[in-house]
Write a protein that binds this ligand. Structure first.
Ligand code: NAP
Ligand code: ZN
Ligand code: ZN
Length: 366
C-alpha cells in the first residue's frame, strides 16, 4: 500500500495527447476465454480523472455477462466493476481529486444527473434516457462501448469516483465497490442493527461482505449455506449462527425467525421455503441475479404479511457512506490476489464454489 502513489503502469501510453491505449483483458465473444488486448480510453475531459488501476475484483456478475446469462452482451468485453486505484492525472476542471488520491469505481460511470433518482443520489436507479451507464458492457454517452476494470487505466468523470479510506488496503477494498455496497444498501435500508435477526443466503463474494457488515451494524447474523463446509470461516467473519440449507431441519427449526433475509445466490432457489423463515412483516431481499426467473407461490408471503424485494448496488452517496463505514470498522474483503493470466482459472473456480471469498486481479500483471 505504501507504494500506491509511486508506481506507474508501464503498459500504458498516451496517444497524440487525446485518447490513450490501455492494456486490458477481454473476452472477444460470448464465453470466450479472457485474453490480453488493448482498449482505447477517451481523452481526459474537463472533469475527468485518470485512475491507475491497482486492483480489480472478480464479481460473479462478470461471469454472467461474459456468458451472456442476462442477454446479449457487447463484445469485446472488458469486465470489472470493483476497481481500486490511484489518481494518475486530472482534467483542468477537476476539483474533488488530486494526483495520488486513493479512489474506487463501482458498477456505473455516469447517469443522467437530472432524474429524481439521480437527484436523490440513487444513480443506480437512474430513469433518464438509457439509465445509468454501467462500467462495462454498456454504451457510454459518447456512443462508444464502456470497458471495465480488468485494465491498466480508467478515464472517468470525477463525480463517479469514490474515496477509499487510508486504512483499507486497495486490494481488499476493491470488492467493496460492488460486493460491499450491494449488501450494505439493503442492510441499511431494511434496518439491520441491534435487536434484528438477519440471514445471509450464500457465503460467496457478496455473502461474506454481508456477514461482516451486518455484524458490524450490530445485527444477529445467521449464514444459510448449502453445507457446513465454510462454517469456521463464517463464524470468524462475524456470523452468530451457521446453518446448512441441505438439512431440512434448518427450514423447520428457523421458520418465522428472521426480520431480514438477503439472498445472494446466483442460481435457482425455492424462494417459498426461504420466505417461510421470515417473521411477520419480514422482508426477503433478492440481490443474486440468476440466469432464469425465480418463481414462488404467494401463500408464504400472505400468511405473514411478508415482503419479497430486490436491491441493486447503491448510489454514489451511499457507496461513499459504506466505504467510510468499512474504514471505521476495518472491514475489507477476504481475498485471493491473482495475476491477470489466472482470470479464466478464477472464473472456473467461482463457478465451482472454490473461492474464499473474492478473487482480485493485481492490475500490474495486466
Ligand atoms: P459467488 O461468489 O459465486 O457467491 C454465490 C454463492 O451462492 C456461492 O458462494 C454459494 O454459497 C451460493 N450458491 C451458488 N450456487 C448455488 C446453488 N446452485 N444453490 C444454492 N446456493 C448456491 O457470487 P457473487 O459474486 O457473490 O454474486 C452472487 C450473485 O449476485 C450473482 O448472481 C451476481 O450476478 C449477483 N450480483 C447482484 C448485484 C446486485 O446489485 N443485485 C451485485 C453484484 C452481484 P454457499 O456455498 O455458501 O451456499
Ligand atoms: Zn458486481
Ligand atoms: Zn438519472
Amino acid at each position: 500500500m505504501t507504494n500506491d502513489t509511486n508506481t506507474t503502469n508501464a503498459t500504458t501510453q498516451s496517444t497524440n495527447g487525446t485518447t490513450r491505449t490501455v492494456a486490458a483483458y477481454a473476452a472477444q465473444r460470448p464465453d470466450a476465454p479472457l485474453a490480453r488486448t488493448t482498449v482505447t480510453r477517451r481523452a481526459v475531459g474537463e472533469h475527468d480523472i485518470v485512475i491507475d488501476i491497482k486492483y480489480s475484483g472478480i464479481c460473479h456478475s462478470d461471469i454472467h455477462q461474459v456468458g451472456e446469462d442476462w442477454g446479449t452482451g457487447i463484445f469485446p468485453m472488458v469486465p470489472g466493476h470493483e476497481i481500486a486505484g490511484v489518481v494518475g492525472e486530472v482534467g483542468p476542471g477537476v476539483t474533488r481529486w488530486k494526483v495520488g488520491d486513493r479512489v474506487g469505481v463501482g458498477c456505473f460511470v455516469d447517469s443522467c444527473r437530472e432524474c429524481d433518482n439521480c437527484k436523490a443520489g440513487l444513480q443506480q436507479y437512474c430513469t433518464g434516457e438509457g439509465g445509468a451507464v454501467f462500467t462495462y458492457n454498456a454504451m457510454g454517452k459518447d456512443g462508444l462501448p464502456t470497458y471495465g476494470g480488468y485494465a491498466a487505466e480508467l478515464v472517468v468523470d470525477e463525480a463517479y469516483a469514490l474515496s477509499i479510506p487510508d486504512n483499507l488496503p486497495l486490494d481488499a477494498a476493491a470488492p467493496l465497490l460492488c460486493a460491499g455496497i450491494t449488501l450494505y444498501s439493503p442492510l441499511a435500508h431494511w434496518g439491520a442493527g441491534p435487536g434484528k435477526k438477519v440471514a445471509i443466503v450464500g457465503l460467496g463474494g457478496l455473502g461474506h461482505m454481508g456477514v461482516k457488515i451486518a455484524h458490524a451494524m450490530g445485527a444477529e447474523v445467521t449464514v444459510l449455506s448449502q453445507s457446513l463446509r465454510k462454517r469456521e470461516d463464517g463464524l470468524k467473519l462475524g456470523a452468530d449462527h451457521y446453518r446448512a440449507t441441505s438439512d431440512p431441519a434448518t427450514f423447520t427449526e428457523l421458520a418465522g425467525s428472521f426480520d431480514l433475509i438477503v439472498n445472494t445466490v446466483s442460481a435457482d432457489l425455492d424462494l417459498s421455503a426461504y420466505v417461510g423463515l421470515l417473521r411477520t412483516d419480514g422482508t426477503l431481499v433478492q440481490v443474486g441475479m440468476p440466469e432464469k426467473p425465480l418463481t414462488m407461490h404467494p401463500y408464504p408471503l400472505a400468511t405473514g404479511r411478508r415482503s419479497l424485494a430486490g436491491s441493486m448496488i447503491g448510489g454514489l452517496p451511499e457507496t461513499q457512506e459504506m466505504l467510510d463505514f468499512c474504514g471505521e470498522h476495518g472491514i475489507g474483503a477476504e481475498i485471493e490476489v491473482i495475476r491477470a493470466e489466472q482470470i479464466n482459472e478464477a472464473y472456473r473456480r467461482v463457478l465451482d464454489g472454490d473461492v474464499r471469498f473474492r478473487f482480485v486481479i493485481d492490475a500490474s500483471t495486466i
